[in-house]
Design a protein around this ligand. Structure first.
Ligand code: AMP
Length: 396
């Protein structure tokens, strides 16, 4: 359930509307956008505002320019791409706030038109949530719409600060993301299965703990599974392991038992001699990885076991590759698990940067019910945390 006001619950007709979008898009070395998904996802809110003849003032961050102007991180490519998608020119300013911008928005800009401010992170006040910086952003508009789900876990000036000065509501993307992820936690179609991978346990500590109170099954693969295997007494050789997390993983294994969660670990492993894409490899039992080998992917027996569980699930959430999927020799597990989830009849949700990269690599994104645009934000929601960018919006 989404209990915040949205852009449909407030009068935006012929109003000046400040919209926080997430145009933190990947760029190649020449500054070309390599994936415009995040810009496409902002279109429903922008089109709604165009239809309502609002003056649309868009703002976003891009990269980590550390509070200084840096030509590499200007938002011109995003303005161009948005213009291309909408079939119209999008005016982009080279400043974030200035008397000239305010003057333009109030007196020159047409209703139903849009402008894009410069990268918010060129000003140190963005990340420090500086009150004066937020106030000057807010002074451009009469209403604030937050559609940047990917930044909702950040208490920054353009996310939280501006809400002190303007009525603040959610855009359509924010509503969809939060609605999907909260209903996943609150009322999933059962059985509810989560597949977690990635390199480290420590990055997912709170997610695992929270999910163990929600899911019916939990599959753990990837680098994080070796700490769990070690905690269960398996030999893990040179595999990646966080010894300081062993007692936590033991606690999680106990919690899974107590909550009747079927916690599944790999039973066979594709090991390599070194952490190298062309290293020698072989398949071994997950019980006993030889001393000088390291686990880099899951084996076929594990894939079959996991596929069975996937085929029976009503809802599946996936975050994190189950092996070093960037290397051809160790991508088999991630590829097959991703495909099995995509082809299942369950409600399927994926989130996280590497997970999205894997879906893109195997061309599977369109087969998922929902692919979250916010890695960090989706993880924090699944941890059960309140996100500042959502908490600061008006209640319904
Ligand atoms: P994370 O950022 O924690 O989600 O981890 C994603 C990364 O985990 C990917 O880049 C994978 O290459 C890496 N990964 C997955 N399995 C393993 C493994 N067995 N050993 C080392 N790294 C792994």
């Amino acid at each position: 359930m989404f209990e915040k006001k949205t852009v449909e619950d407030i009068d935006v007709k012929r109003k000046r509307v400040l919209v926080r979008v997430d145009y933190n898009v990947p760029l190649d070395s020449e500054g070309n956008i390599t994936d415009n998904t995040r810009i496409k996802l902002s279109l429903p809110t922008i089109k709604y505002l165009i239809d309502n003849e609002a003056k649309i003032i868009l703002m976003s961050h891009l990269g980590r320019p550390k509070g200084e102007v840096n030509d590499k991180f200007r938002l011109d490519p995003a303005a161009k791409e948005l213009g291309k998608l909408l079939g119209r020119k999008v005016k982009k300013f080279d400043d974030i706030v200035s008397p000239g911008i305010k003057e333009y928005v109030e007196n020159t800009m047409n209703y139903g038109d849009m402008v894009l401010l410069e990268n918010l992170r060129f000003d140190i006040g963005e990340k420090s949530n500086d009150r004066e910086f937020a106030k000057s952003l807010a002074s451009l508009a009469e209403v604030f719409v937050n559609d940047a789900f990917g930044a909702a876990h950040r208490a920054h000036a353009s996310v939280v600060g501006v809400t002190e000065f303007l009525p603040a509501v959610a855009g359509f993307l924010m509503k969809k993301e939060v609605g999907t992820l909260t209903s996943l936690l609150e009322s999933p179609k059962r059985p509810f299965l989560t597949v977690l991978g990635g390199s480290k346990v420590s990055g997912k500590i709170m997610v695992i703990k929270n999910l163990l109170g929600k899911v019916d099954s939990l599959i753990l693969g990837g680098g994080m599974s070796y700490t769990f295997l070690k905690a269960k007494g398996c030999e893990i050789g040179k595999s990646i392991c966080e010894d300081e997390q062993i007692s936590y993983t033991k606690e999680m294994l106990e919690l899974a038992k107590k909550n009747n969660v079927n916690l599944m670990l790999p039973v066979d492993i594709v090991v390599g001699k070194e952490y190298d894409r062309d290293t020698d490899r072989k398949v071994v039992s997950a019980q006993s990885i030889p001393m000088d080998w390291m686990g880099l992917d899951i084996g076929e027996k594990s894939i079959e076991l996991f596929k069975n569980e996937i085929s029976e699930a009503g809802t599946i959430f996936w975050n994190g590759p189950v092996g070093v999927f960037e290397w051809e020799n160790f991508e088999n597990g991630t590829k097959k698990i991703a495909k099995a989830i995509a082809e299942s009849s369950a409600v399927t949700v994926a989130g996280g940067g590497d997970t999205l990269a894997a879906l893109k690599k195997y061309n599977l994104s369109a087969k998922f019910s929902h692919v979250s645009s916010g890695g960090g934000a989706s993880m924090e929601l699944l941890e059960g945390k309140e996100l500042p960018g959502i908490a600061s919006l008006l209640d319904k």
